[in-house]
Unconditional design. Structure first.
Lengths: 330, 322
């Protein structure tokens, strides 16, 4: 396996929240001990529901938030040090594309200016060549030269997301963190943007950390998948291995809950829907964080926190994981 | 036997400075008793506008119903005096929306809001109403309903709020529930809970459901019939198992292929281009500019809805080629 371009080691992020009306201060544990990495040119998908910490993770990976604990490595070097000494260098290597391009693009700046800003700020193209370079970048994301002078409100959602992608690519990054990049788009447009991201990766060898709640899409696009629950990675492995069988009861329930065309209405292999809501990350449950909703939980699960450990070619955070694997053929 | 809900030639227009926008044009469909019909389409298809128009809920000044009839048990809701319509809304027809935070009143407890429905339509109040509120909340699987009814919407999670909306919508045992993207804002595990709850309640109350959604997976798992809208017009209608496995309109077919995420990570089949602007609709079929099968006839005239199979209709000249 190639060396990771971006690696999180035991990453933690805590947010203090006011107790309200003089109550005691409390802490949101948004990320607790998250370790994962993405190799050059590959796609790592991070999936989970609201409150699992996936957007906090995106912000920490891109240096937009300072982690409260653990470390981040860019091509083997400590990111905290790079951000202190030469933050521009980090930003040239790691870029981000957000869910809502209407919020992430400046409404008062034309498409051309928005993309040119990246070149100007990072001194990547002299002024005389900038407009040509911007036009090349726009062409790469499927926009025409006439879009240079348009403003975000004149574009469709899909076109705006293309501009956001062009801006991220302008600095020739090694990693692009895509935080729900197609969730706000219609299905017919999603396919266009997903194909575009795929083509760009094939051409440039850029790595993606693809954050999404769309499970079918994740299975399609990812080479590796990390499933998160309440600030922790609960299962992590090659997409091919996870597609065959998930071991963590949460991953299994999550993927089973996604509606799917063509599935028989009473599929005996489909786990029943989970009951209850995701608990608050302010006081996460003791032991295994999933034990309050887990249909398989035992006394031990509420008392003892499971470690992320290797079972059947993947990492899984469950005491009972072995019990869910397929019995070996004799 | 007549259908529970019969929509005939519904048109909804918006008057804008740039001209009249035909958000819904000549839409007809029916919902039988106890059946779930899905109205599907992407942004700008007119699905939510159509749903709101059924109960004349479009905000004043926004859109106007330019024609058609909406027959509920044979009574035309579009011709009903406002007073009588108020008795239909929330009683014979319940409605839930995508964002319960917008639909619930933030300054009243959820119990009080449910009790208001009971008071308005059934004249129930006091202890009787309170007991019924608890029963309704229990029915929609809200844990600890006696405590929950005294809480405000902001105290509840998204899934719980959607359940409160359902309790309100079901308070008068409606014969029809209109659900406008009821699970779009919810996480997938909570969506599964809410969808199976709607299914159970439907069976228990013998209620029909008109589900407005953009998610074809949800359609597959909940609906019996599906009406596909594109740019304000119905393009295809039929049984779910038929439409989602053997679509005949190139738009439906394209939509299904675009979401066919294969596990090999190969290229997805895109639908090129985007939905036409409502101010610049093409003269013929609205899908023609994006359609791989379009010919001169498609670009010249709007294809009429025509039968192409048992209980299956499509608005396409080239449906046989799809």
């Amino acid at each position: 396996m190639t060396a990771p371009v971006l690696e999180a080691r035991d990453l933690a992020k805590r947010f203090p929240v006011a107790g309200g009306f003089g109550g005691p201060k409390r802490v949101v544990h948004a990320l607790s001990g998250v370790s994962l990495s993405v190799a050059a040119g590959e796609t790592l998908a991070v999936v989970g529901e609201s409150g699992c910490g996936k957007s906090t993770l995106a912000n920490c990976l891109t240096g937009l938030m300072e982690p409260s604990g653990g470390s981040l490595l860019l091509e083997g070097a400590d990111v905290a040090g790079i951000l202190r000494d030469d933050p521009m260098r980090f930003r040239r290597r790691v870029q981000i594309v957000f869910q809502d391009p209407y919020a992430s693009l400046n409404p008062r700046r034309s498409v051309g200016d928005t993309v040119a800003d990246a070149l100007r700020i990072h001194r990547l193209a002299p002024r005389a060549r900038r407009r040509t370079r911007v036009a090349e970048l726009l062409a790469e994301v499927g926009l025409a030269p006439e879009h240079l002078d348009r403003y975000p409100h004149e574009l469709s959602g899909g076109q705006r997301q293309r501009v956001a992608i062009a801006r991220a690519l302008a600095v020739e990054p090694a990693v692009v963190v895509c935080d729900e990049p197609v969730s706000a788009l219609d299905v017919s447009i999603q396919a266009q943007v997903i194909n575009l991201l795929r083509d760009i990766q094939a051409r440039r060898g850029v790595a993606y950390v693809f954050i999404s709640h769309n499970l079918a899409l994740v299975r399609h696009i990812a080479r590796r998948i990390a499933v998160m629950y309440l600030g922790q990675v609960v299962e992590l492995g090659d997409a091919a291995v996870l597609r065959r069988r998930m071991l963590h009861p949460y991953s299994r329930a999550l993927f089973a809950a996604a509606p799917e065309i063509g599935r028989p209405s009473h599929d005996p292999d489909r786990p029943p829907p989970l009951s209850g809501d995701v608990p608050s990350p302010i006081d996460p449950p003791s032991g295994c964080r999933f034990h309050t909703r887990c249909p398989h939980a035992e006394a031990r699960c509420g008392a003892e926190e499971p470690a992320l450990r290797a079972v059947d070619d993947r990492l899984v955070r469950c005491h009972l994981a072995e019990g869910f694997s397929i019995p070996k053929e004799p | 036997m007549t259908a529970l809900l019969q929509v005939e030639g519904l048109s909804v227009h918006f008057d804008t400075v740039r001209g009249v926008v035909r958000a819904v044009e000549d839409l007809s469909f029916a919902v039988e008793r106890g059946q779930t019909v899905a109205l599907v389409g992407e942004s700008g298809s007119g699905k939510s506008t159509a749903a709101l128009s059924l109960l004349r809920l479009l905000p004043p000044g926004a859109g106007r119903i330019a024609g058609g009839r909406v027959l509920l048990d044979g009574r035309d809701l579009l011709a009903l005096p406002a007073r009588d319509l108020r008795q239909v809304r929330g009683a014979a027809v319940g409605m839930i929306f995508q964002d319960p935070m917008m639909a619930l009143n933030p300054v009243h407890t959820v119990g009080r809001q449910i009790a208001e429905t009971l008071h308005h339509h059934l004249g129930q109040r006091g202890a009787a109403a309170e007991a019924r509120v608890v029963e309704l909340l229990r029915r929609v699987q809200v844990p600890a309903p006696e405590q929950r009814m005294r809480q405000y919407p902001h105290n509840l999670s998204g899934g719980m709020r959607q359940r409160v909306m359902m309790a309100m919508a079901l308070a008068c045992r409606p014969s029809l529930l209109i659900a406008d993207e009821p699970t779009t804002a919810l996480d997938v595990t909570v969506q599964a809970q809410v969808l199976s709850l709607i299914d159970e309640l439907k069976a228990e109350l013998g209620m029909a459901v008109l589900l407005i959604t953009h998610d074809l997976g949800v359609v597959w798992e909940t609906a019996q019939r599906v009406v596909v809208l594109y740019a304000g017009r119905k393009v295809e209608e039929g049984p779910v198992t038929e439409i989602l496995t053997r679509p005949r309109h190139p738009y439906t077919a394209g939509l299904l292929r675009a979401a066919e995420w294969r596990e090999d990570g190969g290229r997805l089949a895109e639908i090129p281009g985007s939905v036409p602007s409502p101010h610049a609709m093409p003269p013929g079929c609205a899908f023609a500019p994006r359609c791989p099968l379009a010919d001169d006839r498609c670009r010249a005239a709007i294809p009429p809805i025509r039968p192409i199979g048992p209980a299956h209709t499509a608005a396409c000249f080239r449906a046989e080629a799809a």
